[in-house]
Design a protein around this ligand. Sequence first.
Ligand code: ZN
Length: 201
Amino acid sequence: MKFTYFRNPKDYAGLLPGKHSCDLCGYNDKCFEGESFYGENIVDAICWKCLKNGRLEEANIFANDADVESLFDQMLQLNPDIPKDQLLAEAKAKINEIEFRTPPILSWQDWKFPAMDGDFCEFVSFTSKQELNELAPDGDGKQFLIEHLRVDEDNLINPEIVWYQLSDNKINNIEQTNHDCLCYLFQSRVSKKYLIIWDLI
Ligand SMILES: [Zn+2]
């Protein structure tokens, strides 16, 4: 079960236990929880093969909301010599992958699947102090958080508060998440830079 923009679906995606009947193909297989998807049709379960094969598109069901605007701005900036039509086609393929072929990410607020360096990021994990300490070259996870936390102009976030609320220990699977506050670790597929997004109820 491999997805371009979601590193570890087995542990971090909302999978139903055991096998279920998929709303799209009818087969019994490993399925994602239907409530994570949105769009015209309400579904109970979507199997990983249907997601992988892009069958959501024909059913008008979405898995993730992609940050289309940032992606295209970055692509334009990075490729000033490539014709706009060509860039649009490339952007469309990437957006399609996020919206229809990537497992939905559990979240509370409506933030968009982030883009960096002209591509969408890969979702790595629900992160923790332990994980950020390990990622920081000098072991200072708090400083790493301050440097990589996404701060939107209209959404002022205090990294001190985020650090305080982060789980001490590694979150090895979706069951171990603290459901009031989630911190998402993403990585650029191009520069390998990290991006952290904070979300709470
Ligand atoms: Zn299916």
